[in-house]
Ligand binder design. Structure first.
Ligand code: NAP
Length: 262
């Protein structure tokens, strides 16, 4: 029920955090991987200002060491034309059975101080690119009569959050889009679902974890008593990518240490 041998999965934002853990978990379940990121080489080679961590090439090597195929596609998700062009390059070379729309960005500021440029930057990556990739990779899935799409939503698909208005709007949008696509595509064998991670220790939450007021507010509210690790989230993605979830459509699966139950 959880065997992904013979399947090809595309994961966006696969260089680190939840994306990297997810890509490795999908490979462990037997899938070959297409890793979508901004740059293949380590940041010191590209000269880009990028959070420390592994390169996409490193992640690809870790997947190949597990005996699975891994290729890399580099394209910024903030430009619809670039996204379309890169997606077609992937589609020319791969039959993608599993699409994990993981990449995401966040800008922290009160709504009154959020610039339109910041609003757009978040919506472009977190929602517009997700829509485009679902459309582009969903088309051959529908033709084949099978496929799995897993979008990465958030607790801020349900809650408003604190000083992240564009992020909350984008993630509510991801949940809505997931359900809308599930309504349309469940009947042709394509599963569209989402996971909603809780508070996970990644670059996305580095500022929160460093905030002496917000960090204890958050950690003391989590019933599990700790922040999540990227690996805590990856198993839920494998489930939604695997035959085990064939009758699950339009679900937003929270993986949050109990936050939403509180
Ligand atoms: P992360 O380590 O910052 O990962 C975000 C990924 O998105 C990175 O690989 C990043 O690429 C990529 N990305 C950002 N902007 C991009 C762009 N314009 N074009 C292409 N790629 C871009 O943080 P994470 O926590 O693992 O985030 C993964 C997903 O989980 C996001 O959708 C996030 O919103 C969601 N999420 C996270 C949490 C949490 O607590 N951490 C909670 C709920 C939801 P680079 O590697 O090049 O920077």
């Amino acid at each position: 029920m959880f065997d992904l041998a013979g399947r090809t999965a595309l994961v966006t934002g696969a260089r680190g955090g939840i994306g990297r853990a997810t890509a490795l978990a999908l490979a462990d379940a037997g899938a070959d991987l297409v890793l979508w990121g901004r740059e293949a080489l380590p940041a010191q080679h590209s000269g880009a200002a990028r959070p420390a961590g592994q390169s996409l090439a490193d992640v690809a090597a870790q997947i190949q060491a597990r005996g699975r195929a891994a290729s890399v596609v580099c394209a910024d998700l903030d430009d619809a034309e670039v996204v379309r062009e890169a997606a077609h390059r992937v589609l020319d070379r791969h039959e993608v059975d599993i699409l994990v729309n993981n990449a995401g960005t966040i800008r922290r500021a009160p709504a009154a101080e959020t610039t339109y440029a910041d609003w757009r930057a978040v919506l472009d990556v977190n929602l517009d690119a997700v829509f485009l990739l679902c459309q582009l990779f969903g088309a051959p899935m529908r033709e084949r009569g099978g496929g799995k799409i897993v979008n990465v939503a958030s607790l801020l698909s349900f809650q408003g959050g604190v000083r992240v208005p564009a992020y909350a709007a984008s993630k509510h949008g991801v949940a809505g889009l997931t359900k809308a696509l599930a309504n349309e595509w469940a009947g042709v064998g394509v599963n569209v679902n989402a996971i909603a991670p809780g508070y996970i220790g990644t670059a996305n939450t580095a500022a929160l974890r460093a905030d002496p007021r917000r960090e204890p507010e958050i950690s003391t509210r989590i019933p599990a008593g700790r922040w999540g690790e990227p690996e805590d989230v990856a198993g839920a993605v494998v489930f939604l990518a695997a035959p085990a979830s064939d009758y699950v459509h339009g679900h937003v699966l929270v993986v949050d240490g109990g936050w939403m139950a509180r």
